[in-house]
Unconditional design. Structure first.
Length: 64
């Protein structure tokens, strides 16, 4: 059930995962989805550029 004070389904865990995703994008994705294809895509994006890795990680966390 959503917390009426936050206005959505976001939880403290999501905020923590987003903070981790900004610092280390693949770890944020790993915490959210586990060892799936999204995790490996995020590793490649992070190696190609730190910002694309962050964007992908925050997108994965925010959409679930």
């Amino acid at each position: 059930m959503a917390d009426p004070n936050t206005g959505g389904d976001s939880t403290g865990g999501d905020i923590l995962r987003i903070i981790v995703a900004v610092l280390l994008p693949p770890l944020g994705v790993l915490l959210q989805v586990g060892l799936t294809m999204h995790f490996f895509i995020n590793i490649v994006l992070t190696l190609l550029g730190y910002i694309p890795g962050i964007i992908h990680a925050v997108w994965i966390i925010a959409r679930r």
